[in-house]
Design a protein. Structure first.
Length: 360
């Protein structure tokens, strides 16, 4: 157990959940399901029984350091890695791997996003433990948890395997395609040979660092300069200098699409990336006429399939709405068809252009 580590990535902004998710308090720090725990805290709780607390790292940026410390008080300051700049998941994971390897050369890392939903938490823990065992016998493997797709989603990576795959088995990946277009996604789903990449990874620190040397030397060579500094007082000054110069690239594009040692663990863990209001609607209990309410009271007439979200038990009265998002937060009211939720990022950009950062 002492060789098990977990890296929680919690530096994102979550703009598709605007106006609830803002730059000052992104979605991973919010309690979306009324449990009294934020998505970040739920992610921490999910792994706390299988990873020693001392071996849990949170990677975020300086803006969110106070929120991480407040919500995860069990973590010491040196367990919170503060990125000096947002450079996507590849540099984030590389830094965590170099840091962990300096502390424990035999470490295996579970890498999880802070803002995903996992409904079957015990199944998740069992899958993670099987993954750690698998790495003991296949040390160069890069393992990802794969989810059976139920729609042609273009925002996920697709992992190709053989058709004869049973739940919870671990198999070598034939191909890895990050974010295909809509037509290709339809072909993938119809074939029955593909799983979604959940963004939950397991690998040894050595294996992922080797993969960076093979496929993304720009990052590896930059971090190699600090080999004697990781785990020492010199690590932070080194990172502040070198990290912003790393390429802005995801680990999926940098490593997973290219590496020949990628494996997938086919899992059923009740997973959703909660990437949008639509995903939140899908994963929330439905009330009368399939309406979903979050932290609000409603008086509704002829309303069906809507999502009503507000702060501080606001009363919402509505008539004749079908399949809409109504999200009220402080001085912002969003009214948008669920079918057009992909435009929310565009709206955020327009708000910034017209009003600056006041509403962001």
């Amino acid at each position: 157990m002492e060789n098990r580590y977990c890296v929680i990535m919690c530096g994102g902004v979550g703009s598709r959940f605007w106006p609830f998710s803002k730059k000052s308090v992104p979605k991973q720090f919010l309690d979306f399901f009324g449990t009294g725990r934020s998505l970040l805290q739920m992610s921490y709780d999910r792994i706390a029984d299988i990873i020693p607390v001392r071996n849990i790292l949170a990677v975020t940026n300086e803006l969110y350091a106070p929120l991480v410390k407040e919500q995860l008080p069990d973590l010491a300051d040196d367990q919170i890695l503060l990125e000096p700049d947002r450079r996507n998941t590849a540099p984030c994971i590389a830094w965590a791997a170099y840091h962990i390897r300096a502390v424990n050369p035999n470490a295996a890392m579970l890498v999880i996003p802070s803002d995903h939903l996992v409904l079957k938490e015990e199944a998740f823990r069992e899958c993670a433990l099987r993954g750690f065992e698998f790495l003991k016998h296949t040390p160069q493997a890069l393992l990802t948890m794969g989810i059976k797709p139920h729609r042609p989603e273009t925002g996920y990576g697709y992992i190709q395997v053989s058709k004869e795959v049973e739940d919870e088995c671990i198999v070598k990946v034939k191909t890895f395609t990050e974010k295909p277009n809509a037509e290709l996604a339809k072909v993938f789903v119809k074939s029955g040979e593909f799983f979604w990449n959940s963004g939950i990874f397991l690998w040894s620190a050595n294996a992922i660092i080797d993969a960076f040397h093979d496929h993304c030397p720009d990052i590896a060579m930059r971090f190699d300069k600090g080999l004697g500094k990781f785990g020492t007082a010199g690590e932070i000054p080194f990172i502040e200098k070198e990290f912003p110069a790393c390429p802005n690239i995801s680990v999926d594009y940098a490593i997973m699409e290219k590496n020949p040692n990628v494996y997938v663990q086919c899992v059923d863990i009740g997973w959703s990336d909660l990437g949008s209001w639509g995903a939140y609607y899908e994963n929330s209990p439905k009330g009368e006429n399939h309406n979903v309410t979050r932290n609000c009271r409603t008086v509704l007439s002829g309303c069906e399939g809507n999502l009503f979200a507000a702060k501080q038990e606001k009363l919402i009265v509505a008539s004749g709405l079908k399949d809409y998002i109504i999200a009220d937060n402080d001085d912002i009211l969003l009214i948008c068809p669920l079918a057009e939720e992909q435009k929310i990022k565009q709206y955020v950009n327009e708000v910034k252009a017209n009003f600056g950062d006041r509403y962001l």
